[in-house]
Design a binder for this molecule. Structure first.
Ligand code: C2O
Length: 601
């Protein structure tokens, strides 16, 4: 238990009204018209619209946030009302299976067109079933910015050797990167279908698939340098100032095998990551701004956990069964997308890190994902090691990877659930986003609004709308003034449904929740940021190759947020959708309940 031995009892959840004041690029209410569902009705000057809540700590059953053993057996949760209150389960149901490798076809990527990223293997009959590497030494993944000189040297040497392998060797760097392209840019259709793309992002497969992908990548690197205990470092972007910089191993030496010139150079150290970055935003320049950005980042991470601890779908991504196409990314994936965007260059096509098909061509990708994987481990530990989805369509879904001996290996999601079983752990480092003070510091840095423009709003209605301007709508809550036990039974979820986003470019909009004034008036501030929708270019080709949009649902937990903005007793709230980039259409906005997986323990 060297890893993860932190105590997670004091996650700050959201607290007093946090009015989000983006630094730049967010269309302000003065520069962009509101959508016509809201009209301006008043204009006064003041100020502090009401926020005197005190900080609230995470409200959830203590047993769920105490640390559980990592290697222990999985909990057989009796009943996980995973979709309670949401849409019904897809009629199609079954685990995802390995696609027909012989039918791999060109993938498609933004501004690049078709790309050949199929693997050098097609014969699935040679594949063996995964067995845990139990006799191997334990590998300890460490923060990349804290590697010793020796560790840095080994790390670079491993990538040097990987890059030196012949291109058609499935262990070579390019082939490793291609694996990501295959499963993100539509090189395979789901088994048994001729046009349903196999996509490992935007759903409950995101974390397990990437964990397995990294596991084999790590094993290959280790075997190349003849070191079974070799571990991938992690980009510790959830820590403070030092961790939030691009680790120097990636930037200091342009001739190093882990260097990549296709990045945003203005984000090299000392710049720190901004998960809400949009192209063209200028980095913070004063010490104050840097501190505020660190706090904003920590807050976003803290919220991702606090709103979703009892509802894995919100953290991990939505349910996806064989034949399914609707995608609903979890809050960790969204944060992770922010890092991709921030590292990749501003210029289209944003290669390498900023464009999924090419992301694996930057060694930093695997280091970034090592931390994503760690964040899942932390989530798991905070939930007492309780399995996230006790659902065979998840657990039995199968993927194929190549190991260090060029052997094809079939792995199930259930093979990915214990890092100990995979023989690695993460070095225990502090995560300041669990500090109580995170919220308070953010509030301190917050400015007061100087105007009070009230706008009249209506509900979203049933017609989809294109998000060319900020849309502000009313949303009714299924129930107001919920009791503590009702909140334990179900979390409140803001659902933006039927999001049509272009596949050949990135897209993004932000979602805010605010108080209502009177019956139907929205205040001047957008309110509290509940989350955002952010997709990198991924371009899923349809049959015949024509470009299509792709439909997403965005589900954001707002149980704590509503308390924080003092709306628990409100029947309705105002929801604002603020476009940032990409041509997006939204089908609906509403608030639902989602049963927690503790509701029947
Ligand atoms: Cu497969 Cu960081 O994405």
């Amino acid at each position: 238990m060297a890893s993860l031995s932190f105590i997670a009892t004091t996650i700050s959840s959201s607290s007093p009204l946090h009015r989000h004041h983006p630094r730049k690029a967010l269309p302000s209410t003065t520069t962009r018209r509101f959508h016509t569902s809201c009209e301006q009705v008043a204009n006064t000057t003041d100020t502090n619209v009401s926020d005197d809540n005190s900080s609230s700590i995470l409200r959830m059953d203590r047993r769920n946030i105490l640390l559980g053993g990592l290697g222990g057996g999985l909990y057989g949760a009796a009943s996980l009302g995973l979709l309670g209150g949401g849409e019904p389960l897809a009629a199609i149901g079954a685990p995802i299976t390995i696609p027909d490798l012989t039918k791999c076809h060109n993938a498609t990527a933004d501004n690049v067109g078709e790309v050949q990223c199929c693997p050098p293997y097609t014969d699935i009959s040679t594949a063996i079933d995964f067995t845990p590497p139990s006799s191997k030494p334990l590998r300890v993944r460490k923060p990349a910015h804290l590697l010793s000189k020796d560790e840095v040297a080994k790390y670079k040497e491993a990538y040097r050797l990987m890059k030196a392998l012949p291109e058609d060797d499935p262990r070579s760097f390019m082939q490793q990167a291609n694996v990501h392209c295959q499963y993100c840019n539509g090189a395979y259709y789901q088994a048994g279908t001729t046009d349903t793309v196999l996509q490992v992002h935007y759903s409950w497969f995101f974390l397990p698939w990437h964990r397995l992908y990294l596991h084999f990548h790590e094993r290959i690197l280790g075997s190349l340098i003849g070191d079974d205990s070799f571990a991938l470092p992690f980009w510790n972007w959830d820590s403070g100032l030092e961790g939030m910089k691009i680790p120097s191993v990636f930037t200091e030496d342009t001739s190093s095998p882990v260097y990549n010139e296709k990045r945003n150079l203005s984000h090299y150290p000392p710049a720190i990551i901004d998960f809400e970055y949009a192209w063209g935003d200028s980095p913070p320049s004063t010490d104050e701004e840097v501190k505020a950005l660190i706090q904003k980042n920590l807050l976003q991470i803290s919220k991702a956990y606090s709103e979703s601890l009892t509802s894995p779908e919100l953290f991990m991504g939505g349910v996806l069964r064989a034949g399914g196409t609707l995608n609903s990314p979890g809050s960790l994936e969204t944060i992770h997308n922010g890092a991709h965007l921030w590292v990749g260059p501003d210029e289209a096509p944003h290669m390498d890190m900023g464009n999924f098909y090419s992301a694996g061509r930057d060694a930093m990708f695997y280091c970034h994902h090592s931390n994503v994987d760690r964040m899942w481990s932390i989530y798991r530990a905070m939930r007492g090691n309780k399995i996230e989805f006790d659902d065979s369509d998840w657990l039995d879904s199968t993927f194929v990877f190549v190991d260090e001996n060029k052997q094809l290996v079939k792995c199930k999601v259930s093979d990915s659930l214990s890092t100990l079983q995979l023989r690695y752990i993460f070095e225990d480092v502090r995560h300041p986003w669990t500090d109580k003070g995170v919220r308070k510091k953010v509030l301190k840095a917050k400015k007061k609004s100087t105007s009070l423009d009230l706008v009249r709003c209506t509900e979203f209605g049933s017609t989809s709308k294109s998000l060319t301007n900020t849309i502000r709508v009313l949303a009714s809550r299924p129930k107001k003034s919920r009791t503590k036990s009702e909140k334990e039974e179900a979390v409140e979820v803001l659902v933006v449904s039927g999001i049509q986003a272009p596949m050949n470019g990135p897209s993004r909009f932000d979602v805010y929740v605010s108080k209502l004034y009177g019956d139907d008036l929205a205040g001047p501030d957008l309110g509290e940021l509940a989350g955002y929708f952010l997709e990198l270019p991924h371009h899923l080709p349809s049959k015949g190759g024509e470009t299509k949009t792709h439909t997403f649902d965005l589900k954001l937990g707002i149980t704590n947020l509503l308390e924080d903005i003092d709306c628990e007793a409100a029947e309705k709230v105002v929801i604002s959708l603020v476009p940032r980039f990409g041509e997006i259409t939204v089908g609906g906005v509403g608030i639902q309940h989602l049963n927690t997986d503790t509701s029947s323990d």
